[in-house]
Design a protein around this ligand. Structure first.
Ligand code: HEC
Ligand code: HEC
Length: 198
C-alpha cells in the first residue's frame, strides 16, 4: 500500500488550496440551482436513470470537486463533461460539491438471493483491499469515490477506462495500480458487487 501516503499527502495539499483559497464558504442552495443544468443527465436529486451516466448523490464533496477540476483541465477526458466543466467557476464547483454530497445516496441495485457474481466480487474486493481507500462501506471519502450503489455500467466503464489508460484523473497512480492485476471478468464481478452494496 505504498501509494496511499503520498497520494493522501498530495491530495491534502491541493484540497487545502481548493477549500480555503476562495473567498466564500460553499453554498448548498447555490449548488442546487447550478445543478438544475445537470439533472437532465445525472437525474433529479443526483440519481442517474441514464446508461453510462454516474449518480452523483452522496458522493464525497471533494470527489465531485476534483472530477470537475479534472474535466475542466482536460486530465480526465470526456466529450460531454469537458465543455460543461469548462464553463464552471471555482465557486460553482465548490457549491456543486457541497450540494451533491448533501443528497441521500442511490439505493443499491436489486440482487438475486443467490448471486455468484457478487460473491466473486466480494472476494476480489477483499483480496485487492478496495476498502483501504473507498471505506469499509464503500461510501468513499475525500477525493475517493463512493462505489456502493453506483450504476453497474458506470463502475465497469470506469474500471475499464483506468485499465486502458483512457481515464487518468489525478495523475496519481492509485487506480492504475489497482486495475493492473484485474481481468475483465474480475472487473465485471467487482462492478456488480459494488452496484448491489447498500
Ligand atoms: C449531457 C449529459 C450530461 C450533463 C448535462 C452533465 N453531465 Fe456530468 N457526466 C456525464 C457523463 C456521460 C459522465 C461520465 C463520463 C465518463 O464516462 O467518464 C459524467 C460524469 C460526471 C462526473 C464524474 C462522476 C464520477 O462518478 O466519475 C461529475 C462529477 C459530473 N459529471 C458532474 C456534472 C455536473 C456538476 C453537471 C452540471 C453542471 C453535469 N455533470 C452535467 C453526462 C452529463
Ligand atoms: C490506493 C487507494 C485506492 C484503492 C486501493 C482503490 N481505489 Fe478506487 N479510487 C481511488 C481514487 C483516489 C479514486 C478517484 C480516482 C480519480 O481521481 O480519478 C478511485 C476511483 C474509483 C472508481 C471510479 C468511481 C467513479 O465514480 O468515478 C472505481 C470504479 C473504483 N475506484 C473502484 C475500485 C475498486 C473495485 C477497488 C478494489 C479492487 C479500488 N477502487 C481500490 C483510490 C483507490
Amino acid at each position: 500500500m505504498t501509494p496511499v501516503r503520498p497520494l493522501l499527502f498530495a491530495f491534502g495539499l491541493v484540497a487545502l488550496l481548493l477549500c480555503c483559497g476562495g473567498a466564500s464558504a460553499a453554498d448548498v442552495a447555490a449548488g442546487k440551482a447550478t445543478a438544475e443544468g445537470c439533472a437532465g443527465c445525472h437525474g433529479a436529486d443526483g440519481i442517474s436513470q441514464m446508461p453510462l451516466v454516474p449518480s452523483l448523490a452522496g458522493e464525497p464533496d471533494y470527489f465531485i470537486q476534483w472530477q470537475l477540476v479534472f474535466f475542466r483541465g482536460g486530465s480526465r477526458k470526456n466529450e460531454v463533461m469537458g465543455p460543461i466543466a469548462e464553463a464552471l467557476s471555482d465557486e460553482e464547483i465548490r457549491n456543486l460539491g457541497a450540494y451533491y454530497a448533501s443528497l441521500p445516496p442511490p439505493k443499491p441495485q436489486p440482487a438475486p438471493t443467490s448471486d455468484a457474481l457478487a460473491q466473486a466480487g466480494a472476494e476480489l474486493a477483499a483480496k485487492h483491499r478496495c476498502q483501504v481507500c473507498h471505506g469499509n462501506d464503500y461510501s468513499g471519502s475525500g477525493p475517493t469515490a463512493r462505489l456502493a450503489g453506483q450504476r453497474e455500467d458506470v463502475l465497469l466503464k470506469a474500471l475499464r477506462d483506468f485499465k486502458s489508460g483512457a481515464r487518468v484523473g489525478s495523475g496519481v497512480s492509485s487506480m492504475a495500480d489497482v486495475v493492473y492485476g484485474l481481468s475483465d471478468d474480475d472487473m465485471r464481478a467487482l462492478a456488480h458487487y459494488m452496484a448491489t452494496r447498500p
